[in-house]
Design a protein around this ligand. Structure first.
Ligand code: SF4
Length: 373
């Protein structure tokens, strides 16, 4: 089993762009931790090989205290075989990070921090309704480095109207100055049930123009490349030795188990997704009633998933792998569609197959869907 994902569905407050599953009430926290342990036990029989990566995501996993995490780690270690060199990541919000917490993380074996910075400007953080300030973000990074964490990734958002080119440049310069080895940078997408969507609909904010979003994406690619980052996935950039193993395994189509409300799993050609409601999830686990839905992934779905995940990465589509995995008809479909994209210079040939071209990366979603069945 490549990866284990644990979803911690609690947050201090709702960020204006967020449509993830979480609750701002911690009243069910104890019961939820117990339910997570029960699910870990229930799912353990699905793993045949040791776990290579563990990822605490959310929500805000850094809201958990040492005792909560210890209970989860004990449960994980008693139910799974964990690789010695496993990458163990926890997502943290800057305002939760302090020396004590960092030393507890070390003690638990956590070796990678994903810090949700989003911007180094207070006005942007206020716009996003983040719970931290720009000063706290810098302090959290410095404290983490002082505590001995080398493997740190930071999230940034670009492509929103308040983010001038100068500010975007400064945010990236700050990544360089703070010697961060991994960056996830996402263009702002306004999802339906979010505060930003309401503000957009009521004309209180504007979208950034497509031209400016493209300009910021181009700057991101050029700047990160100039300071030694590899863009190994459309939104992910790493210095040598710091590529995220957890996410890479997902993009390379390896199996993973997702534990907790709203978590997804992919095991033996089946996809599972858990209920997205804390109270119902807990009750279902306690009463031994179904807490997830599942579907078989047929060959066409598997092919679409293959194209989608591989083409987002710098490794691209391995043609031999495609031929081995899928039937002749699917291979024929791929050949004819990819030919058109090659002619339009949206994908290029590599030694092993195909990857997005410099132009294609800007319209990746459309290129990828052109290859779908
Ligand atoms: S902290 Fe993360 S999960 Fe929680 S509301 Fe903000 S973006 Fe969403």
């Amino acid at each position: 089993m490549a990866g284990l994902y644990i979803h911690i569905p609690f947050c201090k407050q709702k960020c204006s762009y967020c449509d993830f599953h979480f609750s701002t009430s911690l009243k069910n926290k104890k019961a939820l931790i117990q339910a997570l342990c029960s699910e870990i036990r229930l799912r353990s029989s699905l793993t045949k090989t040791p776990i290579e990566t563990i990822y605490f995501g959310g929500g805000t996993p850094s809201l958990l205290n040492y005792d909560d995490l210890k209970i989860l780690f004990d449960s994980i270690h008693s139910n799974f075989d964990i690789c010695k060199e496993a990458e163990i990541t926890i997502e943290c919000n800057p305002d939760d990070i302090n020396e004590i917490k960092l030393s507890e993380y070390k003690k638990l074996g956590i070796n990678r921090l994903s810090i949700g910075v989003q911007s180094f400007y207070d006005e942007d953080l206020c716009f996003f309704n983040r719970a931290h300030s720009a000063k706290e973000a810098t302090k959290a990074i410095l404290l983490s480095q002082d505590a001995g964490f080398e493997n740190i990734t930071v999230d940034l958002i670009y492509g929103f109207s308040m983010l001038t080119q100068k500010k975007w440049e400064n945010n990236l310069k700050k990544i360089e100055k703070l010697k961060i080895p991994h960056l996830s940078a996402y263009t702002l997408t306004i999802e339906p049930k979010t505060t930003l969507n309401y503000l957009l609909k009521t004309k209180k904010i504007n979208n950034m123009s497509d031209e400016l979003v493209i300009q910021q994406f181009q700057f991101l690619i050029d700047y990160t490349s100039s300071i030694g980052f590899e863009q190994y996935e459309i939104s992910n950039f790493a210095k040598q030795g710091f590529i995220s193993k957890h996410n890479s395994n997902y993009w390379l189509g390896k199996e993973y188990l997702g534990i907790g409300p709203s978590a997804h799993s992919y095991v033996e050609n089946k996809r599972f997704w858990n209920l997205s409601n804390n109270a119902i999830y807990i009750k279902s686990i306690q009463q031994n009633t179904p807490f997830y839905e599942e579907e078989w992934i047929n060959e066409n779905m598997a092919y679409n998933e293959f194209v989608l995940t591989r083409l987002r990465t710098s490794w691209g589509i391995n043609y031999n792998e495609l031929i081995i995995k899928f039937n002749v008809e699917i291979a024929r479909h791929f050949n004819s569609k990819s030919q058109i994209l090659l002619e339009r210079n949206l994908i290029i040939k590599t030694n092993t197959g195909f990857c997005l071209s410099k132009q294609g990366i800007f319209i990746a979603d459309s290129v990828i869907s052109d290859l779908f069945i």
